[in-house]
Design a protein around this ligand. Structure first.
Ligand SMILES: NC(=O)c1ccc[n+]([C@@H]2O[C@H](COP(=O)([O-])OP(=O)(O)OC[C@H]3O[C@@H](n4cnc5c(N)ncnc54)[C@H](OP(=O)(O)O)[C@@H]3O)[C@@H](O)[C@H]2O)c1
Length: 198
């Protein structure tokens, strides 16, 4: 579990190196790209020279707003950024996103950044909504884009990458000793949620 001194070190003293590797000719997908960390990742990826950056957003209008803000900051070619709708709470939405991915000539990087910290209990995919979006929806998308990443590796002789944005809070989470073998089933019950999720 992170200690208080870990927290102070990481928040106030640690300087994280700014990535400098070239993204020239690369196609990149970033989910949850209309705000927060996702929008910053998009901005930096364009700075690093990516040819195509796809903003995976559950709201097209919020995605378009972010696209225009980034274009106005960077004065980049508007053809680099595309906004594609994807709602990780919906298998149908994920499938239609994947169908578009399969039409791309190449896919080099996928950054799974979209996520929530649920405030109210809601059941999605038969479990609690935060787990559903951050784990089930995220991996439904991840598994379905692997063939395109592999194809890109083969055709362009490159090493594609997939990244998941997580949280150090995983180390603080308390799980019961026995959640009955299926953690998703266990957390489908509202009474089993506590703390931040209530
Ligand atoms: N900021 C931190 O201190 C921190 C710390 C630890 C981990 N993280 C993780 O880092 C990631 C980004 O955090 P952030 O602070 O930048 O969060 P944020 O500002 O709340 O952004 C989250 C993004 O995820 C999108 N999203 C939420 N539910 C979605 C769904 N069902 N389908 C598709 N997109 C969805 C949101 O879209 P809408 O705008 O439409 O809601 C938004 O674009 C998250 O995975 C978070 O868990 C952040």
């Amino acid at each position: 579990m992170p200690t208080l001194s870990d927290f102070i070190y990481t928040q106030f003293r640690l300087t994280i190196p700014i990535p400098t590797a070239s993204f020239a000719s690369k196609t990149v997908i970033i989910t949850g790209a209309n705000g927060g960390l996702g929008k910053e990742i998009v901005t930096h990826t364009v700075r690093l020279g990516a040819s195509k950056v796809i903003l995976g957003c559950r709201s097209k209008s919020r995605g378009d707003e972010a696209k225009h803000a980034i274009e106005s900051t960077l004065q980049c070619n508007p053809e680099i950024l595309e906004v594609w709708e994807v709602d990780l709470e919906s298998e149908v939405s994920i499938k239609s996103f994947v169908n578009k991915v399969n039409e791309l000539p190449r896919l080099d990087v996928v950054i799974h950044n979209a996520g929530i910290q649920g405030q109210k209990f809601k059941r999605v995919y038969g479990t609690e909504r935060t787990l559903a979006i951050n784990s089930i929806g995220t991996f439904l998308l991840a598994f379905q884009v692997i063939p395109k990443l592999k194809e890109t590796a083969r055709l362009y002789r490159v090493t594609p990458h997939m990244t998941f944005v997580g949280s150090a809070l995983y180390d603080v989470a308390k799980f019961p000793e026995d959640h009955g073998g299926d953690i998703f089933d266990w957390y489908a019950e509202e009474s089993r949620m506590s703390g931040m999720n209530q």
